[in-house]
Every structure is written in structure tokens, then in C-alpha cells.
Design a protein around this ligand. Sequence first.
Ligand code: CA
Length: 225
Amino acid sequence: MTHKILIVEDEENIAEVLIAYSQQQGFSTEYFNSGKGVVNFVKHNPVDLILLDLMLPEVDGITVCKEIRAFSSVPIIMVTAKSEEIDKLEGLNLGADDYICKPFSPKEVIARIQAVLRRVNKPTANIIRQSGFEVHKEDYVALLNGKDIGFTAVEFKIFLLFLSQAGRVFTREDIINTLYNQALDMSDRNIDNHIKNIRKKINQVEEGLNPISAVYGVGYKFKAT
Ligand code: CA
């Protein structure tokens, strides 16, 4: 996959070198020589990383960074001419992923770009993606087609159990054991009610979708689609 790097830099000789090195590494590039129009461009054209100079004509790098962060988590590497500025920039919590100080070697810039891309594209073990669902284990959030399903903690745990082993049939007792603390006085009927609510909430996001099926006399399972 070709990564697209957006280079925002008003010093044309520096920009030329960055573009040449980026393309040599197999990246495709877009280029702006001022901050004007950058935010609008990013809104309509997906890029994989932005190399953003701080001091720019018309709209400065801090403003551009803030405005992009308002709608996008695209990786941003900020470029500054003064090393003292890096502390100040970090203090502003702009949400940049890395900072580079001029003068730099183009090789160093490429290495930083690759490091940020590796970090950002690393698959996270805490997220399960399956059949249109995206489950964030630590945050207790389950999304369907990008939309929060709105599970309660108990519903979330039950759904996570199903999703983490799609196709396997779980008995009501398996489910109660998973819930542990919350299930001290939980009956089979409680479990059935939770399943009913899980199905209802999934249906509120996508009508007619029913990935959890009952296995008669045994329990329930998740059907991958
Ligand atoms: Ca500049």
C-alpha cells in the first residue's frame, strides 16, 4: 500500500528535497507552500501523514494542526526551526505525533515518518474486528458499522465472549461464569433477557441483523458473516 504524505513547507528548496526523498521511499506526496487551504484539502482528500512546518505564511502550523485535530486523527509531524520550541509545542497539547527540528537530514525525516506510520498502523490487541463489529475491550465500547451500540457493562461482556470465539456455542452457565462478580444471583432467565437486549440494540443500529443465534437446548453462539 502506498502511503500518501502531505508536505506543508514554505521553503521551496527544503520541500523539494522532502518530496524527492519521500517518493524515493515509495510514498506519494501532496504539497502546499503555505498553511492556506491545507485544512480544507485534508477534509476532502485522505492522506496518511502530514509533515507540517510551524512557521508558514497566511495560516501558521499551530492553527492548521488544531483545525485538523478537530475532525481527524491523521498522523502529524510538526517541523520547527528552533529546538526550544518543541517543549512549548508539546505543552500546547496540539496532538502532533512527533516533532522535528530544522536543520534536519532528509534521511532522518523519512525515518521519523516510517516510525510514526508503524506506530499508527500497528494492530491493537485490544480491539476485535469481526463481521462489521469493532469491540474495544478496555473501553467497554462496541461499534457496529462505526456506530456505538450502547451496551451496558454486562451486555458488553457477554457480547465480547461471543465475538472472541465466533461460532462456538456457549451455555448459559458459561456466560454466567464469565460475568463472575456481576452474576452472583443471575439466573438462566436473566441471561436470556440480556441476550434479548443485545439483539435489540444491534437491531437499533442495523435492522434485521441477528448475529447471535440460539442453539436449542444448549445456549447461544455468534455467527460470523
Ligand atoms: Ca517555514
